[in-house]
Design a protein around this ligand. Structure first.
Ligand SMILES: NC(=O)c1ccc[n+]([C@@H]2O[C@H](COP(=O)([O-])OP(=O)(O)OC[C@H]3O[C@@H](n4cnc5c(N)ncnc54)[C@H](O)[C@@H]3O)[C@@H](O)[C@H]2O)c1
Length: 295
């Protein structure tokens, strides 16, 4: 097979199921060597078996993305088996628990931030040097969400974590382009996976000491709504096809749900309008012609 992916190696976090597994399968079909990492060792073994049965050469490695040493191990194992590493897909993520501000559990916020934000940093930190070192170029793909492009009531932790992933990616695009490393961020709306059951992989270190949630009724209603939304989502296989298409045309922001355009249009319009207010301001309006400072 001759394409830009064939014979190259991708490390994918959260590859035992859902979006991660669909991406692993789609990129294996493009001829890539696949290294699958996941915290769920049983599901990982089964997913590895499914891909091997299709004739793909895959490596499965235990990986909790919140533990940097496990990222170092997965990169070392990937190099040992396949030689160079070309792509990292920072896909592992958790949905948290919908809750009101006053009921928010600090442990839940730390869990969501550690997996969804620090996990992405650690993945890049471990893989980018390995991609740089061979000079052939490659890819960093971070899985954010439409939730990174909009705030949602009762989902502050998840939205904040995904907005951080969008922002980190934008910073890395500029940083990595000199190394022929294409960096992109995937922002799907709902996809039919097990994201609404993320608690199944919650590590003991984030266990909630005391059940502080006050508004249980609202919590249950939120969980039910989230389940229905996820179950109405697009199939992960369709998303994976779209990602291959977008990577081939080197897109930076990868959308999978064109029907959500209005969400970003309205947000960007509101952000832009706020500048008009500042321009008219009696206090700061005179700064309009000052030079912009960047570094
Ligand atoms: N499903 C959706 O509607 C949707 C929409 C937008 C974005 N996303 C994002 O897509 C990504 C994949 O989620 P999904 O929908 O496939 O959910 P999923 O729960 O089906 O799959 C997530 C995978 O990540 C693994 N995982 C969880 N914690 C981990 C950790 N600490 N270390 C390593 N692996 C871990 C799980 O075991 C699982 O295999 C997430 O980042 C999620 O936020 C999902």
């Amino acid at each position: 097979m001759s394409n830009e992916f064939a014979g190259k190696t991708a490390v994918i976090s959260g590859a035992a199921g859902g979006i991660g597994f669909a991406l692993a399968e789609a990129l294996a079909k493009q001829g890539m060597n696949i290294v699958m990492g996941d915290i769920d060792h049983i599901a990982l073994a089964e997913s590895g078996r499914v891909l091997r049965e299709q004739g793909f050469d895959v490596l499965t490695c235990a990986l909790d993305v919140t533990d940097y040493s496990q990222w170092e191990d997965i990169v070392a194992n990937a190099k040992e088996k396949f030689g160079n590493v070309h792509m990292v897909i920072n896909n592992a993520g958790v949905g948290g628990t919908p809750s009101k501000i006053e009921d928010s559990e600090h442990e839940t916020w730390r869990w969501v931030m550690d997996v969804n934000v620090m996990g992405v940093l650690y993945g890049a930190q471990a893989c980018v040097p390995a991609i740089k070192e061979h000079g052939e170029g490659g890819w960093v793909l971070n899985v954010a969400s439409m939730a990174g492009m909009m705030g949602m009531p009762y989902a502050g932790a998840y939205c904040a974590s995904k907005a951080a992933v969008v922002s980190m990616t934008e910073s890395w695009v500029a940083e990595l382009k000199h190394f022929k490393i294409h960096t992109s961020v995937l922002c799907p709306a709902f996809v039919k996976t097990r994201i609404h059951e993320s608690y199944r992989n919650r590590q003991q270190k984030y266990a909630v000491a005391v059940d502080k949630r006050i508004d249980k009724e609202k919590l249950e209603a939120g969980a039910k709504a989230a389940t229905m939304a996820v179950e109405s989502g697009i199939p992960a296989t369709l998303l994976a096809e779209r990602v291959v298409e977008a990577l081939k045309s080197k897109q930076t922001y990868i959308y999978t749900h064109p029907n959500y355009r209005q969400v970003t249009t309205e947000r960007f319009k509101a952000i832009d309008n706020a500048f008009e207010d500042a321009e008219k301001s009696a206090v700061v309006g005179h700064l309009i012609n000052d030079e912009i400072v960047t570094f």
